[in-house]
Design a binder for this molecule. Sequence first.
Ligand code: C2E
Ligand code: CA
Ligand code: CA
Ligand code: CA
Length: 277
Amino acid sequence: AKEKGKNNYQFYCSQLNETMNRKMLLETELRNAIEKNQLQLYYQPKIDLKTRKLVGMEALLRWQHPTLGVIAPSEFIPIAEESRQIISIGEWVLLTACKQNKLWQNSGLPHLSVSVNVSVRQFQDSDFLLTVKRVIAESGLDPQYLELEITESIMQNMNESLLILTGLRKLGVKLSIDDFGTGYSSLHVLKELPIDTLKIDKSFIDNISDPKNQSMVKTIIDLGLNFNLNIVAEGIEHEHQAQVLSSFNCNYGQGYLFSKPIPTEQFNHLLIQIKIG
Ligand code: C2E
Ligand code: CA
Ligand code: CA
Ligand code: CA
């Protein structure tokens, strides 16, 4: 038994070591991912659930490494947050998304709003407001077509966050609470923060047939609508989910039912098709 315990311990150590090595490797590789053009934005369509028309898109980051392959944001974003690289990466994301949206608008395509995910670390950086201001000026995008997606965790620094959110509002950008319902302060968010949109997390949509989940989703939608917010449901994969959500007056939806996140070129084609009609 003692031998076995020792083996387990060694196994555990080597597992831990591997995880550490991978993390350190990714952290190092991430440092020049921008210069080496390894980062890319994909865009996922946002759909009006009543008309089924395209109303916007969410920019989602992809990292294509020459030897490690595609690394998922769920793996590298936390690493970027810990190492604070998220500040420069986040700025690149913002600028790239705004420039791209402006490019689409300039080429006579329908004017849509682009949503960009903002990590709390990024949001709490003292330069964040200035960065957003600069990105808007540099891209030339009308700020009403930029929506920032933040999570409930910004509530941890209520007063500071409120100042930044108010500043962002003054710039004219839209604000959305991402993964709504998964945090501990959902109700406070509604009461305290100057936001435009609630995004209902995929976990609620997955089990929408379950009666408890369904009344939860309905309650979130009613609550949001009472606060005059737009409601977006994420992770819609099946038609019946879209139907239920639409019957609850959820305005917008995203998910594989409509489209996966797609590269810029492909989104371009989508926009051209819509324009031609
Ligand atoms: P999120 O903001 O909640 O984004 C939704 C995630 O669900 C995306 O995963 C999207 O591809 C995926 N998704 C959308 N529809 C469906 C569906 O119908 N079924 C399934 N199974 N999945 C769906 P992704 O692109 O892997 O991103 C994961 C998370 O990484 C995002 O979650 C977001 O928190 C973070 N992230 C992505 N890009 C950025 C970024 O530029 N900056 C920051 N700070 N975070 C980002
Ligand atoms: Ca999001
Ligand atoms: Ca998120
Ligand atoms: Ca989510």
